[in-house]
Design a protein. Structure first.
Length: 291
């Protein structure tokens, strides 16, 4: 029992930085999980990845102006991410280019610009901090920011849940009844950017989307309804944070990649054993009929 405590509980009981990191993972999971589920159902999974990279040049500008300033990099990242989202939407509405292709073009340019700005005006350590984050260095102000974004995101989703789901599955009907689908789509994009900015503070621009999309994708193999998928995504995200942080503590692994790799493990297990379309579930009836 003592060994189990020292392995699973001891690191969080003994060290404040581990507790802060775990709370940050919980807050990120609560905010990003439902958003990731909606991105998945909208077939916009890769858009989330593109928008996470779009945050980078704004965060880089904030870094150049104020150094590793929490609020400067957050504000810069939010403005950059939202600008790319609006520009990509405008291009897709006014040209023959689809929205995902438009996002791809903008995110590649944003990623290159962000890396260029940081690498030419900062050090390699600064670049690694922005790209991969330092969740073990999360302090109280960063926790307040992540918790505030999570609270705003959750409350907003609760307020616009019904029209957002309708706009997700039947946007034509929502337009026909004057449901202002474009407004809800814009609000949703703002929530995506906000949650990516929150994730960037802990996991960096390259890893933030992992905690948003991998738990959501894994939940698709277990749940039937949107609300149950969202709850499972939150659970998978928190467990990924818990296990990843333990791996980081006991084996000296980089914390951000360890968390995202744990989420990837949940994803692979769900692909194999999930009750809704998992590989084993699909093959078993076939074997049963052949027998």
């Amino acid at each position: 029992m003592t060994g189990l405590y020292s392995t699973l509980i001891g690191p969080f009981a003994d060290y404040t930085f581990m507790r802060r990191a775990l709370v940050a993972c919980l807050a990120l999971s609560i905010g990003s999980g439902p958003v990731g589920v909606l991105l998945l159902l909208r077939r916009m999974s890769l858009v989330g990845d593109a928008m996470s990279h779009a945050v980078l040049p704004g965060a880089a500008v904030g870094f150049l102006v104020g150094g590793l300033s929490l609020w400067g990099m957050t504000a810069g990242g939010f403005v950059a991410g939202l600008t790319v989202a609006l520009l990509a939407g405008a291009v897709s509405r006014n040209t023959a280019l689809r929205e995902d292709a438009s996002f791809a073009g903008f995110y590649l340019a944003s990623l290159a610009l962000g890396v260029l700005l940081v690498s030419t005006h900062g050090s390699n350590i600064d670049l690694l901090h922005i790209l991969f984050g330092t969740i073990l260095a999360v302090d109280n102000p960063a926790l307040y920011l992540v918790g505030g974004i999570t609270s705003v995101s959750t409350l907003t989703l609760l307020l616009i849940y019904r029209p957002l789901i309708l706009e997700c599955f039947d946007p034509g009907f929502l337009r026909a009844v004057g449901g202002r689908g474009s407004l809800y789509h814009l609000i949703f994009q703002v929530l995506v950017v906000l949650n990516l900015v929150a994730g960037f503070q802990a996991l960096g621009t390259l890893m933030a989307v992992g905690l948003m999309m991998l738990p959501a994708t894994a939940s698709r193999f277990w749940a039937d309804e949107v609300w149950s998928m969202a709850l499972l995504a939150i659970g998978f995200g928190f467990l990924s944070g818990f296990i990843g942080l333990l791996g980081s503590y006991h084996y000296g692994l980089p914390s951000g990649p360890a968390i995202v790799l744990t989420a990837s493990l949940f994803y692979v297990v769900s692909i194999l054993f999930g009750r809704r379309g998992g590989v084993i579930r699909r093959l078993w009836p076939l074997r049963h009929r052949i027998a």
